[in-house]
Write a protein that binds this ligand. Structure first.
Ligand code: AAL
Length: 389
């Protein structure tokens, strides 16, 4: 009798297993992807937002002046601060082969880092140069540009791209991986006060990797998240990977897999000024360009503007392993977000999320504008509370 009952149970379980497997087989690729992905449907997705753009004064459009690649925005004593690239000369762009000591190859050539302040985030007052290009012979002589701010241990740190020399080449010989300078590094200056004076470190804090490495040509767009007393500096490189793809369909014949124009890695340090050790997991984001990162909950969010996952928000628990949590957003180009509260201090966790920032608009004269979104932790908690009902 008992044996019969067992047989019945086994048969039932077997039937259940078969029917589950059958069901599995009948899932379409799209449905399967949806089930496996971590993206919740909009109403219950705490990362669901729109980016809305607004003009600003003081650092907005101005004929004859280029301002671009804004840093994160911080608040000190009720005043907002932002830093950005601004070329000292406003000559037309002539390309790398024809540029001289006083004519620009690109918008980001012959730049200094300028800063502006505001009490409402809309009307800005340009304050002047924060970080000057360095003396002849130093790593930052040709241009300092594309900066981000880190506040730690009661001090202010600006990290930025720095270049000693232009790489002379014709426009027609330019390739996406070649880099604009010979070769650029990431430099850093520190100050006791956001208004300066700024002191440049004698040596760069990050250099390109070996020739064959994914970051062998350039290191760009530094931006920070502080986790448990460690400084995570995300940076972009030109997008190639040092392994031969094992793909048999014949699509890939090159030594280097074709990658998006920009991919992101991270380097971690115990101190703001370094040494920054590049993660063995690099690259950590396939795509990006001027990647925006911000601490969120106990992890890190990133917004990617390029690559196969362009215009997506990505989330990572550990700052290394990211997955998309929202696709298809309009992009704040080269955005720097307002880092509210404990955002840039020695530990920015749990991250409070973001609600606005500044991004740039390209054209003959580049300029800054404001973007707004709703990615605050407060809103996230509200959405998830609804979801749990
Ligand atoms: C930007 C950034 C870096 C590049 C150039 C200026 O969008 O990726 O800064 O070098 O373009």
């Amino acid at each position: 009798m008992k044996k019969g009952k067992n047989i019945c149970i086994y048969t039932f379980l077997l039937a259940l297993l078969i029917s589950c497997t059958e069901q599995e087989k009948k899932m379409s690729a799209s449905y399967k992807r949806f089930r496996e992905s971590k993206i919740r449907f909009d109403k219950y997705n705490e990362f669901n937002t729109n980016f809305v753009f607004k003009e600003v004064t003081g650092i907005g459009y101005e004929e004859g002046v280029t301002r671009r690649d804004p840093s994160s925005v911080i608040m000190v004593d009720s005043v907002y601060y932002v830093w950005y690239s601004r070329p000292q000369v406003n000559t037309p762009l002539v390309g790398p082969n024809d540029a001289t000591d006083s004519t620009r190859a690109f918008h980001w050539d012959l730049c200094d880092i300028w800063y502006a302040t505001s009490t409402d985030g809309y009307d800005w007052e340009e304050q002047g140069i924060a970080v000057h290009r360095g003396p002849k012979g130093r790593y930052d002589h040709r241009s300092v540009f594309t900066t981000d701010i880190l506040v730690a241990d009661g001090k202010y740190y600006l990290a930025y791209q720095a270049a000693e020399n232009l790489k002379q080449a014709r426009w027609s010989e330019w390739t996406k991986t070649s880099g604009d300078f010979n070769k650029n590094v990431i430099g850093m200056s520190w100050a006791d006060n956001p208004n300066g004076p700024w002191h440049a470190l004698e040596e760069p804090i990050l250099k390109v990797g070996p020739e064959i490495a994914w970051d062998g040509e350039v290191v760009h767009d530094p931006t920070f998240v502080v986790r448990n007393g460690k400084y995570f500096m995300y940076y972009k490189s030109a997008g190639r990977v040092p392994w031969k793809p094992n793909i048999s369909n014949g699509d890939f014949t090159k030594e280097f897999a074709d990658m998006p124009n920009a991919i992101i890695g991270v380097a971690v340090s115990e101190k703001p000024t370094g040494p920054y050790i590049k993660s063995e997991y690099n690259p950590v984001l396939i795509g990006g360009h001027e990647c925006i990162v911000w601490p969120y909950r106990k992890g890190v969010c990133a917004f990617l503007t390029e690559g196969p996952e362009a215009n997506s928000i990505q989330f990572s628990e550990d700052g290394i392993n990211f997955y998309p949590v929202k696709h298809g957003l309009e992009k704040p180009e080269a955005g720097g977000v307002y880092r509210a509260g404990n955002f840039t201090d020695t530990d920015s966790l749990p991250g409070q999320g973001i609600t606005w920032g500044l991004s740039h608009v390209l054209g003959e004269w580049n300029f800054l504008r404001r973007f707004e979104c709703d990615l605050s932790l407060e809103k996230g908690n509200r959405v998830l509370a609804d979801y749990d009902k």
